[in-house]
Design a protein around this ligand. Structure first.
Ligand SMILES: CC1=C(CCC(=O)O)c2cc3nc(cc4[nH]c(cc5[nH]c(cc1n2)c(C)c5CCC(=O)O)c(CCC(=O)O)c4C)C(CCC(=O)O)=C3C
Ligand SMILES: [Fe+2]
Length: 415
C-alpha cells in the first residue's frame, strides 16, 4: 500500500491523563495554514467522554414514517421517493439494522478502550432517531462529562456525511440548553485511515477468491468488474464538499476522497492478484433520492451494471466503499436491487463486507481519539492517500449547503 508509514498505536498501551491541558485553553502549537485557527490539533487535549454519533433508523413499523419525516424535513424529497423508501423498511418489518450495528460498535469501542487502558466512556446518540443526540448530551452532562470528542459514523466529506453532523451537534446542544456548558470536538474524516480501508481490502480479496473458486475459468483481467459503490449526493453538494480554500475535481472532495480510497484498495489487490492488464474497476453511485430535475452524482450502480455484459464481463464484485456498516442502503440498494440487476443481466455478483465491528476499524477509531487526546504530530497519523490526514477542525466553508442555508455548527472554524 502507498502512503506514509505510521506506527500502529493500537499496540501502544496509552493511558489518558486526566490532568492534561483543558480543552478550552488556546491551542498554541497546532499546525496552521489559516489565520482562522488550526487545521490539525497537535497539542494534547483533555476529553471527558466520547460521543458516538449515528444516523439512526426505525425499529418497528410505527417508526417508519416519523423517521423518514425526521430525515427529509425541509429537503424537498418527492413523496413518491418517500413511499418507495418506506417500502424498503416495511419489507424488513419496519426495522433498520443500523441501531443494532451502532450498539455493537459502541460495545466494541468500550472493549477496545478498556483493553488499551483508556478511561473514556462512550455515549451514543443519533441524528434522526431514538436515542437522539440530545439524550446523549443530557446523559453525559448529568454524569459531569462536558468536554466531548465526537466520532460520526461517516468517513468522507460532504454535507450529509460531515457538516450535517456538526450542525446537528449545535442544534442538539441548543435543544438541551447546553450550548455554553458542553463542548463537542469531532475526530477527522477517516476515509483514508488504515482501519477503515483494511476491511475493504480484505473483502475484495475474499470476494475475488470466491469468484475464482465458483467460476474456475474466470479471467480476472477481462471478465471481472469491481464496482465501488457510495451514496449519491446532489452534484451541488458534491462541489461544495471539503473546504472552500482547496481545489478538487468536478465531484469535489467527496468524489476525490472516494477515488483515492479505491486506488489504495486496488493497488493492494493488484499486488496480490497479478494480471497482465489491470483488473477493471469504477466508482458508482446508489440511493439517489432528489427530484429527477436535480442533478446527482452518477453513474447509478444499476445503469453501470447494465453496460457490463456488452464488454464481456461475467462477474461483478460490489464494494460498499461509502458505508461503515450493513444498514438499509446496503441491504436494499445493493444486496436486493443491484444483485438482482446483475443476475438479470446474466452476471454473477457478490457484495463485499463493510467495516462494521472489524477489529482494524474499531482500533482505528480509537487511534483517531488518541490523535486528539495526545495531539499526535501530523506525520504520525494514519493516512493512506495524498489527501490526508484530513483536518481535525473543519475549514471555513467546509461542506456547505447553499440549498439549505447557513446553520450554526460546532467543531469547525466559522463561518
Ligand atoms: C452521503 C450519505 C450517507 C453516507 C454517510 C453517512 O452514513 O452518514 C448517507 C447515509 C444514510 N442514509 C440513510 C437513510 C436515508 N437517507 C436519506 C436521504 C439522503 N441521504 C443522503 C446522503 C447520504 N446518506 C442525501 C443527500 C439524502 C437526501 C436528503 C438529505 O439531503 O438529507 C433518506 C430519505 C429517503 C431517501 O431519499 O432515501 C433516508 C431514509 C441511512 C440509514 C439507513 C438505515 O436506516 O439503515 C444512512 C446510514
Ligand atoms: Fe442517506
Amino acid at each position: 500500500m502507498g502512503g506514509s508509514a505510521t506506527t500502529h498505536s493500537a499496540e501502544m498501551d496509552t493511558v489518558v491523563s486526566q490532568e492534561s491541558t483543558p480543552s478550552t485553553a488556546p491551542v498554541p502549537s497546532a499546525t496552521s495554514g489559516a489565520a482562522s485557527g488550526p487545521e490539525h490539533v497537535t497539542v494534547p487535549t483533555h476529553y471527558d467522554a466520547i460521543l458516538l454519533a449515528g444516523f439512526g433508523g426505525p425499529e418497528g413499523q410505527d417508526d417508519v414514517i416519523p423517521f423518514l419525516r425526521n430525515v427529509t424535513r425541509g429537503k424537498g424529497i418527492p413523496d413518491e421517493r418517500l413511499e418507495e423508501v418506506a417500502h424498503h423498511y416495511r419489507h424488513f418489518g419496519g426495522v433498520s439494522p443500523i441501531n443494532d450495528q451502532n450498539r455493537a460498535l459502541k460495545a466494541a469501542l468500550d472493549a477496545e478502550l478498556a483493553r488499551r487502558n483508556i478511561d473514556l466512556p462512550v455515549y451514543w446518540g443519533n441524528r434522526n432517531w431514538d436515542p437522539y443526540l440530545k439524550d446523549a448530551l443530557v446523559a453525559a452532562h448529568s454524569n459531569g462529562h462536558d468536554t466531548l470528542l465526537a466520532i460520526a459514523t461517516s468517513a468522507y466529506s460532504s454535507f450529509s456525511s460531515c457538516r450535517q453532523y456538526r450542525e446537528d451537534f449545535a442544534s442538539a446542544l441548543d435543544a438541551a440548553n447546553l450550548t455554553d456548558t458542553v463542548r463537542i470536538d469531532k475526530v477527522r474524516q477517516f476515509f483514508d485511515h488504515r482501519g477503515f480501508i483494511e476491511p475493504f481490502i480484505e473483502g475484495v480479496r475474499a470476494g475475488l477468491t470466491s469468484l475464482l473458486t465458483d467460476i474456475p475459468d474466470l479471467a480476472l483481467e477481462s471478465e471481472v468488474e469491481i464496482l465501488f459503490s457510495t451514496h449519491s449526493i446532489p452534484t451541488a453538494d458534491a462541489q461544495l464538499s471539503g473546504p472552500a480554500t482547496r481545489e478538487f475535481g468536478p465531484g469535489g472532495a467527496y468524489e476525490d476522497q472516494h477515488l483515492a480510497v479505491c486506488r489504495v484498495i486496488m493497488a493492494s489487490i493488484q499486488a496480490e492478484f497479478p494480471t497482465a492488464h489491470p483488473i477493471s474497476w469504477q466508482l458508482v453511485y446508489q440511493s439517489r433520492s432528489g427530484p429527477a430535475s436535480q442533478p446527482w452524482l452518477e453513474p447509478d450502480i444499476n445503469d453501470a451494471i447494465e453496460t457490463l455484459p456488452a464488454k464481456g464481463t461475467r462477474a461483478v464484485l460490489i464494494v460498499p466503499v461509502g458505508f461503515v456498516s450493513d444498514h438499509m442502503e446496503v441491504m436494499w440498494d445493493l444486496d436486493t436491487e443491484a444483485i438482482e440487476t446483475a443476475e438479470k443481466h446474466g452476471l454473477t455478483a457478490i457484495r463485499t463486507q463493510t467495516p462494521g465491528t472489524h477489529p482494524a476499524y474499531v482500533a482505528g477509531l480509537v487511534d483517531l481519539v488518541l490523535e486528539r487526546v495526545n495531539g499526535t504530530p501530523v506525520a504520525d497519523r494514519s493516512s493512506l492517500t495524498e489527501l490526508g490526514p484530513w483536518y481535525d477542525v473543519c475549514r471555513p466553508g467546509c461542506c456547505e449547503n447553499r440549498r439549505l442555508g447557513f446553520k450554526p455548527a460546532v467543531a469547525g472554524v466559522a463561518p
